[in-house]
Design a protein around this ligand. Structure first.
Ligand code: ADP
Ligand code: MG
Length: 666
């Protein structure tokens, strides 16, 4: 097909504007679907109230009088005869229409009716009157310099000229089975629907097509991964591992054991592991990760564990070191604030194989690290990294096994799409002896109650987190800040308890020190921003107080609450806010992460959920994985059947679909 820049009527300027809204090819252009439709129904003069919006057909009765003002502005007045009476029409800045508006011309006027003056101030004049009672007008995401009208014109031109060449991603068999319209006709209808029924039918067809192509890719990737022996085959001494498990001070839950078993099987298997370990916050994923690293070490390979924040990386590093203190295993920490000299040493150690395990932040994938024999990569809190940031690691040997961990339970619909090419292990049970976290909603004027609740916990020798949205006072906001809270908490508790703060702007060494002090109970009240949102684990902290709680999203609140309830003592989460946002009610009602993520979805829509928006993986042009779930399931089934049907292996479409995947992956 020809390129967009070679299309008639598209000059360099238009091309730039189109690129701005992500249209780079003719196919992008014709699949730039309307994001909504305006339904125009014609009115009579009588049925519209004063000042109301009116859409009316009529004929021009008087020669338009044009007035010109300063700065090129102008106004035109004429009389219009309509079936429901004569009315005056005024329109601004359409001088260019004057010659076309000859007496007797049929037009549709859209505007506001002034009943007293009997004048419509028009916002638009369409030179052809509506032929039906209803007209459905597409509304596009446009950009300045490119109007809805322009876009519509380019799109229709492209369909007319090249519609036949636009690929259809649905195999003929399914087009027949479902009696779908062909692609060109469908495009025509979606951009120029004449009735709601036709619009609905092609919408389903185009959604199915998009989901079919998507699920075909997912199915293909999964199949390829299973087919190719690209992973590491090794044997793992389970007895040795069992001894390790026996030394853990608590008993692993069945779900944890099952997950470990699934991971060990994957490690031993010659296929590359591509597994998601999901479990609600506090369910105990870390120990599963550590044991996998130990197993990987026993089989003679290096491991890398990546965390989304420095605080979490440091915590994992300290815990792992402690966990393996009796072993002769070389473990290093690599983050953005590791010194250059230290970094070089670590690079060298990873390359020559003297380092067995490395824990770090993004630094682990950003730097071009060369591993000697990397066997296992683990990403903690996977949803924090875009899907595109899935580890991209250089390895001298074979492709390492990969484990993703996520505390954000993915509703089934999403699991199928975001993580559709992965195997999933789920930890549902909580560790033994855990109690439900009680959640309280408090208003700002109930602060005394809150302080009393905190005091009770402190007396029990427990620790408390206090969260605020800001670090310091800000001119443009009266939100609570960490510094001010520190003063207030000192007034209330300073004589008996040690209070300190932590936030993202502190140097890494300082953060580390504070976290260690808190972990060893030398600090009893830790005041923080959301830097401690994910992963931080101090089981003796049993209360979290969140100021301006309405400022945080549901998943953040759930993660923050997950900082407590990590031991056997009863825990509390106190949300302070004067606003009645539904989010806080949901928090009060449930502490089940699955339920919360479903609710979060309902409130926010899928676009922004789990940070997937930026990743681009979930951007569908017309489908919505949630509301089109049934279509998705059908497309999943059909695309799998198509993929596995050998008879279709020579189909141009199949070859084409596969070529687009292979291109993207390499
Ligand atoms: P998450 O799944 O949120 O990453 P962690 O792995 O940090 O949770 O575990 C939370 C806490 O529970 C930690 O203090 C951990 O040591 C503890 N823990 C994990 N598994 C068990 C278990 N089976 N029994 C008791 N405590 C456990
Ligand atoms: Mg964790």
């Amino acid at each position: 097909m020809i390129e967009l820049k070679d299309m008639k009527g598209i000059g360099p300027k238009t091309l730039t504007l189109l690129n701005k809204i992500n249209i780079y090819t003719i196919e992008d252009l014709v699949t730039h679907y309307p994001f909504r439709y305006e339904i125009l129904e014609r009115n009579t003069l009588q049925e519209i109230e004063d000042g109301g919006k009116i859409v009316i057909d009529g004929k021009v009765e008087s020669i338009p009088i044009l007035m010109r003002f300063k700065a090129g502005l102008n106004k035109m007045n004429f009389r219009l005869v309509t079936p429901s009476g004569v009315v005056g029409v005024s329109i601004f800045n359409r001088a260019f229409l004057k010659n076309q508006l000859t007496v007797g011309t049929g037009v549709t006027i859209i505007g506001k009716l002034d009943k007293k003056k009997n004048i419509i101030t028009a916002s638009d004049i369409k030179l052809e009157p509506l032929s039906n009672k209803i007209k459905i007008e597409p509304v596009y995401h446009a950009t300045s310099g490119l109007t809805n009208k322009n876009l519509s014109a380019y799109i229709n031109m492209a369909i007319l000229l090249y519609g036949k060449d636009i690929p259809d991603y649905i195999p003929q068999k399914y087009i027949n089975d479902y009696e779908f319209l062909n692609k060109k006709t469908s495009l025509n209808v979606i951009h120029n629907p004449s009735t709601q029924e036709k619009l609905k039918a092609v919408t389903v067809r185009l959604k199915y097509e998009e989901l079919f192509a998507f699920m075909f890719k997912i199915n293909f990737l999964k199949l390829e991964n299973k087919k190719k022996n690209i992973g590491i085959k090794r044997e793992i001494d389970r007895n040795k591992l069992d001894k390790f498990i026996k030394n853990i001070p608590f008993e692993l839950t069945e779900d944890q054991l099952k997950a470990i078993n699934e991971i060990i099987n994957d490690l031993e298997d010659s296929h590359k592991m591509n597994r998601l370990l999901q479990g609600d916050v506090g369910s105990g994923k870390t120990i599963v990760a550590f044991l996998s690293m130990v197993a990987n070490y026993f089989s003679g390979y290096q491991s890398a564990l990546m965390a989304p924040t420095e605080i979490l990386a440091i915590q994992h590093f300290n815990n792992l070191k402690n966990f393996l203190k009796d072993e002769d295993i070389n473990i290093e920490l690599l983050t953005g604030s590791t010194s250059k000299k230290e970094k070089e040493k670590i690079y060298k150690g990873l390359e020559d194989g003297t380092i067995d395990m490395v824990i770090g932040t993004h630094a682990l994938i950003q730097e071009e690290l060369n591993y000697n024999n990397l066997g296992l990569v683990i990403t903690d809190e996977q949803h924090r990294f875009g899907v595109h940031q899935r580890a991209n690691l250089q390895n001298k040997g074979k492709k390492p096994d990969v484990l993703y961990m996520s505390a954000t339970p993915i509703p089934r619909t999403y699991a199928l799409t975001i993580y559709g090419d992965m195997d999933v292990s789920t930890i549902k049970q909580r560790p033994k002896g855990r109690q439900k976290i009680e959640t309280y909603l408090k208003k700002n004027n109930e602060i005394k109650d809150v302080l009393e609740m905190m005091y009770k916990e402190l007396q029990e020798k427990h620790q408390v987190y206090v969260i605020a949205p800001l670090i310091e006072e800000s001119e443009n906001s009266d939100l609570t800040n960490v510094n001010k809270l520190k003063d207030q908490m000192k007034l209330a508790f300073g004589s008996k308890y040690k209070i300190d703060i932590i936030h993202g702007k502190m140097a890494s060494g300082a953060k580390d020190l504070i976290m260690q002090e808190f972990a060893s109970n030398n600090i009893q009240i830790l005041i923080s921003t959301t830097v401690i949102e994910v992963g931080v684990d101090v089981p003796n902290a049993t209360t979290i107080v969140i100021f301006d709680a309405d400022r945080f999203g549901l998943s953040t609140l759930h993660q923050l609450r997950g900082r407590v309830g990590r031991g056997t003592s009863a825990s509390k989460c106190i949300l302070i806010s004067d606003s009645d946002t539904p989010r806080l009610k949901i928090m009060e009602k449930t502490d089940d992460g699955f339920e919360i993520s479903e609710e979060d979805f309902k409130l926010r829509g899928h676009g922004d959920l789990f940070g997937t928006k930026q990743s681009g993986d979930m951007e569908f042009k017309i489908a919505d994985v949630k509301s089109d779930y049934k279509i998705l399931l059908q497309a999943k089934k059909d695309s799998k059947e198509y993929l596995e049907n050998k008879e279709t292996d020579n189909d141009e479409l199949k070859k084409y679909l596969i070529s687009t995947i292979v291109q993207k992956e390499s």
